[in-house]
Design a protein around this ligand. Structure first.
Ligand code: MN
Length: 428
């Protein structure tokens, strides 16, 4: 994962709004799918407050960069993700040089983002949700098993369940409160109705690039070559439905009604300056089994990325109040690296495919203000959340808008962001 000219913090950019942009300076160049007002969905790159149309840029690029831009002209980016790191790197280098230059054709390649409609970047074949945030696993385990919050497998297995790809929604689409079976502890039998305990989960999304053949595991040392990039992911969770249905096979209707993601794929190359060593395991924890251990992955397989959650209720919106920050957490809380997730997923012979999506698991830190779900903030329901305007919350109410953002900063580099992953809860 190398640093090159595209990461130079002094690069100029033809798009004026890219200079110092919180999310999309020229050092980011994330991939997505957009439709201009007069056209069909096609691949683009976010740059400042604008979008670069890759199909229009292709003739201005050369060699592998032009080939990659042509792949990105499709209404879904699966083919570009399949082409792997070399294609992404060539495209990034070509676009970086193009945007930092003064080609007279540049104005024709750029659209104001506000005029465009964003789409899901890929046809998502499969979606898998991990559980690698160890503080979240501990916090929620404590509610069920105070003596023994982490199950014995946790420090050996990157635990996950197979989620539902059909209901992955783009940021901005409302999320309808789901119906399901819920059974209060005191009730003799369950009833069917709208969830009363709707929650969010703050997660890092991971986009798979090149896949693997069925029955052919991905060695951990090669896992990085299969990771195309990252996004924000909200694993909406109906806690009352989950509590009743989850044993013995895990979440089902509690999770499968919706998963929200941010629109832009922040590439592995854009994140290169923000890699970090995987924090050492606490003394006494077992070492990962050999198929999950790689020296280079331990040395640079974590991501130094700050993720934040804010809540805007309908009353706050009506009063013109800003969204209330609820928590902020760094992705280095993950107990497993993304390479370990990929290697484990494929280790039994499962084939991953370009455009598959992983969730990291809920990101919570050890601090009070670093909890990635309401369930943890309200301590399982014991301590309501008080908002500055006098409202309180246990779980989400209709009209609540949940807003995720993420930002990577490191001395000597231009900070980059992920854009936003937000959605409003619609009535059942
Ligand atoms: Mn989750």
């Amino acid at each position: 994962m190398s640093i090159d000219a595209t990461h130079d913090p002094a690069l100029p950019c033809f798009v004026a709004s890219a200079a110092g942009h919180a999310d999309f300076p020229i050092q980011n160049l994330p991939l997505g799918v957009f439709a201009p007002p007069d056209g069909k969905p096609r691949g683009g790159m976010a740059i400042g407050d604008a979008i670069l149309d890759l199909s229009l840029a292709a003739p201005l690029l050369r060699g592998a960069a032009a080939e990659a831009a042509e792949l990105a002209a499709a209404p879904q980016l699966n083919a570009l993700l399949a082409a792997g790191a070399e294609a992404r790197r060539a495209l990034r280098a070509g676009v970086s040089a193009l945007l930092s230059g003064a080609d007279p054709r540049l104005p024709g390649l750029i659209r104001p983002a506000r005029d465009c409609t964003l789409h899901l970047p890929c046809a998502i074949g499969d979606y898998t949700d991990f559980y690698a945030g160890i503080h979240h696993a501990t916090n929620t385990g404590q509610m069920l098993r105070p003596e023994n919050p982490l199950l014995p497998n946790y420090k050996y297995v990157p635990v996950a369940y197979h989620g539902r790809a059909s209901s992955v929604r783009l940021s901005g689409m409302p999320v309808r409160r789901p119906h399901g079976q819920r059974k209060p502890a005191a009730a003799a039998a369950p009833e069917f109705g709208p969830s009363r305990n709707l929650d969010y989960e703050l997660e890092l999304g991971i986009w798979i690039g090149p896949g693997n053949e069925p029955g052919t595991p991905i060695p951990i040392g090669e896992a990085g070559a299969h990771i195309a990039g990252f996004c924000l992911l909200n694993d909406w969770s109906a806690r009352d439905i989950q509590a009743w249905e989850y044993q013995p096979l895990g979440p089902f209707l509690a999770k499968n009604f919706a998963t929200s993601i941010s629109p832009w794929i922040v590439t592995a190359e854009a994140m290169a300056p923000f890699r970090a060593a995987q924090p050492p395991r606490p003394a006494g924890d077992p070492a990962p089994l050999p198929y999950l251990w790689d020296d280079a992955d331990q040395a640079g397989g974590a991501l130094d990325l700050d993720l934040s959650v804010a809540l805007e209720t309908s009353a706050m919106r009506a009063a013109g109040l800003a969204a209330q920050p609820l928590s902020r957490v760094n992705a280095q809380v993950l107990y497993w690296t993304v390479a370990q997730m990929v290697a484990h997923h494929a280790s039994g012979g499962c084939d991953l495919r370009p455009g598959d999506l992983f969730g990291s698991g809920t990101l919570s830190g050890s601090e009070e203000d670093a909890r990635g779900s309401l369930l943890e903030i309200i301590r399982g329901g014991r301590v309501p959340l008080s908002l500055p305007n006098g409202e309180t919350r246990r779980f989400l109410e209709d009209g609540d808008r949940v807003i995720f953002t993420a930002r990577a900063t490191r001395s000597g580099f231009a900070p980059i962001g992920f854009g936003v992953c937000e959605a409003e809860v619609a009535p059942a």
